[in-house]
Design a protein around this ligand. Structure first.
Ligand code: EPU
Length: 337
């Protein structure tokens, strides 16, 4: 087990905020995790579990325990003529999992290429891109209840997946720590998802394979999203808002060009990036923070920002969108403060 005191989290959050934590603890396996969960000091102190910090906004130094998993590994636990079932340690870098699957020729997660973060967090967040969500391949999620220090294996239904949401994000549920995810990938026949216009355009007339789709997705992402290694950011800062059909019609009457997508239960998903751009924020810089020039849904740290600076910009964006469109934007990024 790795234990560090007064530990810098600068490399552990993709906004690259220079915050620190009182304690940083990294467990190597489930036995070590169980030991931590049963420890009195852990039980009595504030803690958060992080992945690679690609969806976090630290508002201050963290006066508690930051937990991180070092459980890695990818193991084929079942293989048929058509499918492969892969069990993945929660601390595997998600894109390494995608690269591994794609290099083996297995399909199902190629559209989720280059999404920052670790496998466990990907299953909590229900990551999605270019027409696919991780929930479509989840077979099981292995997780530990932080209150009872007991393990439970969740079925996909028990994970209660929805757009960027799962059981694990719901504050009313007991807090769980994911140690492994189990996913189903396809060998044959493979069906590819080219719903996303740009992806379809890019691949038109070409022979499809997981590898080919991965390459196209990586190209599209690079053209729209900033690399956190170059400029601090956490991808989409807000979720795309889902509104009622009635509210959608009202907004559409004033803004006929409003981009929209069908959502569950007859509701309509709007493009937060479009709403933000209409409010004039795209490409604007305010001191050390700003809105990315190629995608208005991404807030960036130009180097000297604090978490608070970013939160203040986010709040003024929310106010502007609320005033102009009557739509409430909800952060996808999790605030820690
Ligand atoms: N748009 C604008 N201006 C902008 C950005 C977007 O007008 O600055 C409009 C355009 O009409 C565009 C539409 O919004 O066609 C959709 O934009 P884009 O394809 O970039 O996707 P998004 O809805 O903004 C979502 C995900 C991304 C994911 C892409 C592709 C959320 C919150 N974000 O963004 O996920 O990569 O779709 O599938 O659902 C992330 O979660 O961090 C993330 C990057």
């Amino acid at each position: 087990m790795r234990i560090e005191e007064n530990f810098s989290l600068e490399k552990w959050n993709t906004f690259r905020l220079p915050v620190s934590t009182r304690w940083f603890m990294e467990y190597a396996d489930e036995e070590e995790l169980q030991k931590i969960l049963r420890d009195e000091y852990f039980q009595e102190n504030r803690s958060i579990h992080i992945g690679s910090g690609s969806n976090l906004l630290f508002l201050n130094d963290f006066n508690g325990i930051v937990l991180h998993s070092a459980i890695r590994g990818m193991e084929v636990v079942e293989e048929t003529e058509t499918d492969v079932i892969l069990r993945v340690g929660a601390a595997e870098v998600w894109d390494d999992v995608v690269a591994y699957a794609v290099s083996a020729g297995w399909g199902g997660i190629e559209n989720l290429s280059h999404i920052p973060g670790e496998a466990g967090a990907a299953a909590i967040q229900n990551i999605g891109a270019y027409g696919r969500e991780i929930q479509e391949v989840i077979v099981a999620v292995e997780a530990w209840n932080q209150l009872t220090a007991e393990k439970r294996v969740f079925t996909p239904e028990e994970c209660r997946y929805a757009y960027r949401h799962s059981f694990f994000k719901d504050e009313h549920n007991d807090p769980y720590i994911i140690t492994y995810i189990v996913i189903r990938l396809t060998k044959a026949p493979q069906t590819f998802c080219l719903n996303y216009g740009l992806l379809q355009k890019e691949l038109e007339g070409k022979a499809l394979s997981p590898q080919r789709i991965r390459e196209a997705v990586i190209g599209i992402r690079a053209s729209k999203l900033p690399d956190p290694e170059v400029v601090g950011n956490a991808g989409s800062y807000f979720m795309n808002p889902v509104v009622s059909a009635i509210d959608f019609e009202k907004i559409k009457a004033s803004y006929p060009e409003l981009p929209s997508y069908p959502a569950a239960d007859g509701r309509v998903k709007l493009s937060a990036g479009w709403l933000i751009e209409q409010c004039g924020f795209k490409g604007k810089r305010y001191g050390s923070v700003g809105v990315y020039e190629k995608q208005a849904l991404v807030l960036v740290n130009f180097g000297e920002a604090s978490g608070n600076d970013i939160a203040v910009l986010a709040e003024s964006i929310r106010n502007a969108v609320r005033n102009k469109f009557g739509v409430e934007l909800m952060p996808e990024v999790k605030y820690v403060g």
